[in-house]
Ligand binder design. Sequence first.
Ligand SMILES: C[S@@+](CC[C@H](N)C(=O)[O-])C[C@H]1O[C@@H](n2cnc3c(N)ncnc32)[C@H](O)[C@@H]1O
Length: 445
Amino acid sequence: MTLGYIRGFFRKMSSSASAPLVPVGVRGMKVLDRDKFLRNIKVPILKVKEENLSKITQISKSYFLKLEDFKPVRSIEEGEDAIFKKCIFLNPEKVSQWADIAESDRTALTKLDVTESNFDNKEIQLCYENWRFEAIFKAVLPENEEGVSGFSQIGHIIHLNLRDHLLDYRPLIGQVLVDKIKTCRTVVNKCVSIDNTYRNFSMELIGGDEDYFVTVKENLCIFQFDFSKVYWNPRLGKEHERILSYLKPGDCLFDIFCGVGPFAVPTAKRKIKVFANDLNPDSFKWLNHNAKNNKVNSAFFKSFNKDGKDFICNEFKDYIISLCKGDEKLDGTIHITMNLPAMAVEFLKYFNGLIKDEDLAEKFNQEIIVYVYCFALGDDHVAIAKKMVNENIGSNITSLITDVFDVRNVSPNKEMMRVTFKLTKEILFRTSEVLSEPPLKKLCV
Ligand SMILES: C[S@@+](CC[C@H](N)C(=O)[O-])C[C@H]1O[C@@H](n2cnc3c(N)ncnc32)[C@H](O)[C@@H]1O
């Protein structure tokens, strides 16, 4: 033991209250052995009379020993102490002596006849059931390295993205989460980064049942799907809600990369016409299931299982032509959502000169708003996102951009951005001569 360590050790010991409340002797455990979590520990207590108990507990609440399956206020067993009927267990990390209780609280307790003489210590035995998962991970996983930081829960599934140094601990981490989180029945770990076409995760079961069928609620709709086959991100709920708030009765929505319907289903449910598309057959299946399950009126909902390019060049184009010809009627705005941040900007070029018919162009007077998502890597995320849109649509449309919104941080220096812009008829009905302008240098996405 080095001198530095000894000094640090004594400094810690001499501080008022420091007994760490974690299991001991389990560091490095790879397969869960619940019996090894038994620990005898001396904890501070207050022995009190029954009268004024609610006032006393109110004052001492912030010092309670809070553990799972553990009552901090208990009756003292008969005969153990005649005058005092109740025992309040305090947190040894906060209190090791009477003086560790704040002066104002001590004064208030004294007025209720609770003084230093009521303060004592008691040995208790804690077991696996008493420890929270945070305390277990802290005691088991490698010291001074990043632990299990942040995870998402999708219905009954907990989804982790473990660092390499934690991979050997997968069985233990999975089992502890199943044991400790009441709503969790399945734990999966992401195997590789999310880079496949359908944006679903390649995942490995590390705890609980192999059951990937989940039910979640978002924006007043129920969504059901097989999480192993489709994309769902619980962190996008707020963004879905924001877009929904922009849609008004009489509008219509084209959702090009719709997934299982978090934009499309609530929109159609509000009787706003939706054209929803996704290339993944499983997303398409669950999209239709969710529309039906949420009692969406089929007059407001059409679904497609196509590549985004085909969807733009056929369904969207045909709809615009029908509006021009008067075969379709629309009072409001056409909204287009493009949530495929890794690639969506590359689909913007299909809008450029989509309809080459000047007669139709004269008849078109509808407003179209595009919400396109992208990942911006670098310092100025707003400028990067604008640049990506300009370069991919093939002309400078900066003046048509109405908003550049930072949706969420994905990783250090990588933001998911949303660019909102007006898709004008000048872009949509651009003739081939204009298109033959020197192309802009493409940015690598
Ligand atoms: C990031 S997810 C977004 C899903 C949903 N809009 C949301 O907000 O949760 C992107 C979706 O695009 C779909 N997709 C990927 N490539 C596509 C393509 N070329 N054409 C159409 N859909 C595609 C994926 O299957 C996935 O469901």
